[in-house]
Design a protein around this ligand. Structure first.
Ligand SMILES: Cc1cc2nc3c(=O)[nH]c(=O)nc-3n(C[C@H](O)[C@H](O)[C@H](O)COP(=O)(O)OP(=O)(O)OC[C@H]3O[C@@H](n4cnc5c(N)ncnc54)[C@H](O)[C@@H]3O)c2cc1C
Length: 315
């Protein structure tokens, strides 16, 4: 038998509000709801609470403060390593909790718990996913999402290359560039789809070559990136740029799967080129990047907005 087929158990949980996702939006919402006396269950699929705030050191003290406040609330239960898998209507959700090795040892080798959660309302604060950009050679080893490179740097202290190039179409992607520069990595250049942007100007001011209104149309290298071909918007060759990896970011799409299961209306948002969901208030609220509200401060504020709406309704 495969060793993942270890013992598991099923538990039932009840809460006034289930908060799914513990990024800036979910943490802010959980704190607001818990402080108003509601019974809150906060489920986070990662081992640590924080989501995107874990990638930005300036948010470390905010996160520590909120997590300490959550621990002090008797009506709050935080479940890390817990993925909400399904939303079945009438306030019923399925969640899979994976036990840490220490917990597993304490519970006689138990590996997982299936939690059936019943909640009066839900806050979906599940964040957004970075999009790929398709081009010839985008499966070459060393072509990866910019956000993944930032995670390597922040979580493991690993630089994915010594001379990365970027292919981007949004300001958020430049956060990885600025972080790599701060860590002493030299950037080969940024291939930017847009004509201009504030982030591109900042990169330029930091001495980074920005190729505006440009595309990547080829990658050279077999076992790794050695150069990328830059073309104009019509695909006409401009030049080759030497680089040892290519970090791409095609913007962000809200994670909408649970909201869709709950019948949320999906609204097309031209500004982010993605659908953002709206839940019926009788079911709950979507908050933060899951609703197309990007940036840590904006996401935290949106979490509080969502919590305020639910708290007002539940009294
Ligand atoms: C590479 C990168 C760099 C950025 N840099 C900055 C920056 O410097 N400054 C800034 O203001 N903004 C930055 N942003 C944007 C910012 O990180 C996001 O807008 C912000 O994190 C959104 O917060 P959130 O709480 O809505 O979502 P997130 O922080 O993404 O949190 C969502 C959480 O939900 C969890 N989750 C998802 N689905 C489930 C599920 N089914 N069950 C349980 N848990 C689930 C995820 O694990 C995650 O922890 C950056 C984004 C990226 C990708």
């Amino acid at each position: 038998m495969a060793d993942h087929a270890g013992p598991a158990e099923t538990l039932h949980d009840h809460a006034d509000v289930l908060v799914v996702g513990a990024g800036a939006a979910g943490l802010a919402a959980a704190l607001w709801l818990g402080a108003s006396g509601l019974r809150v269950l906060l489920a986070e699929q990662d081992v640590a609470l924080g989501g995107g705030s874990l990638l930005d050191r300036r948010w470390d003290s905010w996160r520590a403060k909120v997590c300490a406040a959550l621990r002090g609330l008797s009506s709050m239960r935080c479940l890390p390593r817990t993925t909400v898998l399904g939303a079945y209507g009438h306030g019923v959700f399925g969640a899979l909790e994976t036990l840490s090795p220490e917990e597993s040892a304490r519970f006689g080798g138990l590996r997982e718990r299936l939690r059936i959660v019943r909640a009066r309302r839900v806050v979906l604060a599940t964040g957004a996913l970075e999009r790929l950009i398709a081009f010839p050679g985008n499966d070459t080893p060393g072509v990866m999402l910019a956000g993944a490179a930032l995670k390597f740097l922040r979580h493991y202290g690993v630089a994915v290359g010594q001379r990365p190039a970027f292919f981007v179409n949004s300001d958020e992607a430049y956060e990885t560039l600025f972080s790599l520069l701060e860590a002493g990595i030299t950037c080969a250049g940024v291939i930017e789809v847009r004509e201009k942007s504030l982030a591109a100007e900042r990169a330029h001011a930091l001495g980074v070559e920005v190729h505006a209104a440009s595309l990547v149309t080829a990658v050279s290298g077999r076992r790794g990136v050695s150069a990328v071909r830059i073309s104009d918007p019509r695909g006409r060759h401009r030049r080759w740029l030497q680089a040892d990896c290519l970090l791409i970011s095609g913007g962000y799409s809200p994670v909408i799967s649970l909201a869709s299961q709950l019948g949320a209306a999906l609204n097309w948002r031209e500004a982010i080129a993605a659908f953002a969901p709206d839940l019926a208030p009788a079911i709950g609220q979507v908050a933060g990047a899951a609703r197309g509200v990007f940036g840590l401060a904006a996401a935290a504020r949106d979490g509080e907005r969502a919590a305020g709406a639910i708290a007002a309704e539940l009294g």
